[in-house]
Design a protein around this ligand. Structure first.
Ligand code: ZN
Length: 62
């Protein structure tokens, strides 16, 4: 179990780190901060990415 996928973004260390998983959250092994799946930069990149083609969003007319 030494996959690089076993890392998450730590805002404290400012890098992807290995983490400890507890019941409902994950902690950085270095600084004990909560970690998340992506850095804000990566998240912005996803958000700004063009919407993939697919079914149009459902619109409600009354
Ligand atoms: Zn950290």
């Amino acid at each position: 179990m030494d996959s690089y996928e076993e890392t998450k973004w730590c805002a404290g260390c400012r890098k992807y780190v290995h983490y400890l998983r507890s019941l409902d959250r994950c902690y950085c092994v270095h600084c004990d901060r909560k970690v998340r799946l992506f850095s804000r930069t990566d998240m912005d990149r996803f958000r700004s990415a063009p919407v993939p083609p697919g079914p149009a969003p459902r619109i409600h007319f009354n």
